[in-house]
Design a protein around this ligand. Sequence first.
Ligand code: MEV
Length: 318
Amino acid sequence: IQGYRALSHGKVILIGEHSAVYGEPAIVLPLHEAQLSAHLKIRNDSVRTIDCEYFHGLIDDAQDNLRNIQVLINRLSRDFSLDGVGFDLSITSSIPHARGMGSSAAVAVAIIRVFAQLAERSINFAQEFEYAQIAENIAHSRASGMDSAAVASDSAVWFKRDETISTFGFETPGILVVADTGITGQTRTAVSDVRSLMQSPAMSIAHKAFEGINRLGQLAYDCAQYLRQCELSQLGIAMNQAHDILSELSVSSAELDTLVKSARNAGALGAKLTGSGRGGCIITLAENGDKADTISHALRKSGAVRLWQVPLISKGIR
Ligand code: MEV
C-alpha cells in the first residue's frame, strides 16, 4: 500500500498581534521546532478516515470541530481530481493546540502538501496560502491570514492585511525562547474585547486604545529594521514596549505577566506575550545560547509547561 508524508510547522508572532486586525503590519516567524506531520495511505476502496488528537474515524462522521478539514479535503479532492480515492490520513503534531502557535493552519498546510504529493501536483506558496485560508476561515471566522502565511513559509513573514505577503531575511546571534503557559488562549474574546475598547463611548479609553494600536504598528516597522541591522537590545526594548501596550489593551493575563517578568529578571533583552493573549505563550529574546538556557530555567521554575529555543535567523526566501 502506497504512503505519502508531508510536514508543516508552527509559528510565533514577533510583533503585531491585535494591531494586525486594524491593518497594521506584523512580523511572524515560522517555528520549525514545533512540527506537524500528515501521513496518508491509499486504500483500495473509497473509504476515507482520519486519525488525529481529537477524532478517529470516518471523515464524514467528524463533528463540527473538524469541518475546516472536511471542507478543505473536499475542495482538494475536486481540484486535484481525487474524488472517489479512499485513504487513511493520520496527523501527528508537537504543536500545542490553541496557544497562538498556528496549530490549525499547520494541519491544513500539511494536508494540502500531502494531497499535492498524491496528485503529483507542485503547488507554490500562494496556492498553499489560498487553500489553507479555506480551512482557517472556517476554524476562526475571518482569520487574518497571518497563521496560514507563516505556516506555509520557511522564512519570516511581513504581514499586512489584504496586502501581498512578503518574506524577509536576517541573521542575528539572538535566540528566541518560546514558553507556553499551558493555558488555552481565547482569540475571539480577546479580539472582541480590544474592539470594545476601540469603540468605547468614553473618549479617553477609545483614544488610548487607538494610540496603542498605532504604536504597535510603528513598533513592527522598527523591529524589521532592528532585525536587519542586528540591533538586539533595541529589539528587546521594542518587545517589552509591545507587551506593555498589549497589557493595557487587556489581553495579557496573570500567568503571561509572571512569565514575562521571570524572563526579564533572568536577563532577557525583552519579553512579550505572543498570539492573541489571555493564555498561550510568551516569547523572550536572549543574547546567546547560554543566556537562553538561564532564561529557560527561570521560566520553567515560574510555571512554563513547554519551552522552545529558536535561533533568530531567517533565510528570507520561500
Ligand atoms: C491571533 O493569532 C492574532 C490576532 O492579531 C488576530 C488576527 O490577526 O487574526 C490577535
